[in-house]
Design a binder for this molecule. Structure first.
Ligand SMILES: [Fe+2]
Length: 345
């Protein structure tokens, strides 16, 4: 496995780069905007292809690198289903898995620091975001923070992991880099409480100043959705209603870009083909399955995904590959369901 812990000294943020092999797919957790050049360079040096950029929660102390990395690498962005962000490519919930080639992260919903805080478990380690820090815990006094929920997340989820699980947090202000669940249970001063009420009293008594970047970072991080003006202006978008009116017509071919798990969980538009987004370049190039299908039948490719981001990027890739009629459904299957579009499982 390739594992890199990267540090932004301005916000004391740790960013994690994961991959299973050189030449393979990579995933990044909690990237910082100002460090995007560094990540891109490292990906090139390690011969990795970034396919997913994940935030543990909507950060208040730095601007996320999610949007910049998506725009530069065509990777997909991932956050929790509760997150107040405008658009990400994929949303996850408790019990889901975030997968790339050769790696799989279990998803734990751990509200408390914010109401959209998640932790990700991978084999011997857990990425704890700002839920559990080394000898600390994330503050709970803004962004719908809740010390009761955080107590539950820490004591009933994180501390239930095996004691030797490595703890990799999103921040450290003292220079520590990694801990273990057992070590935090024994030595984290915030966890030496006899009850939830005691923890709540401790957190409510902190009276911390707001993060310096908060007024800039929170609004910026709430708007990371892909700019789709070009796709819209070119007429390469269908509203969900327009797409619904075309359902079943022989001149279109609906193409679902989501992953198997998303299809099983959220359903599929009847009659659609499946072409997972990470392999899209293969499908749309001349000789690729979708390219040849469109050429042979004259059918218009209509891409869709969860929220319309992967599909907008797919339209641009297909247009570049010469598929001039390719378009997508704005807002994805989420928007499709809101106009009562049919879904099968
Ligand atoms: Fe945070």
């Amino acid at each position: 496995m390739i594992f890199r812990q990267l540090f932004d000294s301005t916000s004391c943020t740790y960013t994690y780069l994961l991959a299973s092999r050189p030449g393979g797919e990579a995933l990044i957790i909690d990237p910082v905007l100002e460090k995007a050049d560094r990540y891109i360079q490292l990906l090139r040096e390690l011969d990795l292809r970034l396919v997913k950029a994940v935030d543990t929660h909507l950060h208040a102390d730095h601007i996320t690198g999610l949007g910049a990395l998506r725009d530069r690498t065509k990777c997909i962005t991932v956050m929790g289903e509760q997150s107040g962000v405008d658009v990400v490519s994929m949303r996850v919930a408790e019990g889901d898995r975030i997968e790339i080639e050769g790696l799989s992260l279990g998803v734990l919903y751990t509200p408390g620091h914010t109401d959209d805080s998640y932790c990700f478990v991978m084999d011997d380690r857990v990425f704890t975001g700002d839920t559990l820090l080394i000898r600390g815990t994330g503050r709970t006094d803004f962004q719908n923070g809740d010390p009761v929920a955080q107590y539950d997340s820490i004591f009933n989820k994180l501390l239930k992991l095996p004691g030797d699980t490595l703890v990799y947090p999103a921040h450290d202000y003292k220079g520590d880099t990694v801990s273990t669940i057992e070590e935090e249970r024994a030595w984290n001063p915030r966890l030496q409480v006899a009850s939830c009420a005691e923890y709540v009293a401790l957190m409510r008594g902190l009276n911390l100043p707001n993060p310096k970047m908060m007024d800039v970072a929170v609004p910026a991080n709430a708007h990371v959705g892909l700019a789709q003006e070009k796709v819209l202006a070119a007429g390469w978008s269908l509203t969900p209603q327009e797409a619904l009116d075309l359902l079943g017509r022989p001149e279109i071919a609906l193409v679902d870009l989501r992953e198997r798990r998303e299809r099983e969980k959220h359903g599929v538009i009847p009659g659609s083909l499946h072409a997972p987004y990470p392999d899209l370049a293969e499908y749309v190039r001349p000789g690729g399955m979708l390219h040849e299908l469109a050429a042979a039948t004259g059918r218009r490719l209509v891409f869709y995904c969860a929220f319309g981001e992967r599909s907008a990027m797919a339209v641009l890739a297909a247009q570049e590959a010469g598929l001039a009629k390719a378009c997508h459904i704005q807002g994805g299957i989420d928007a499709w369901k809101k106009v009562n579009g049919p879904v099968v499982r």
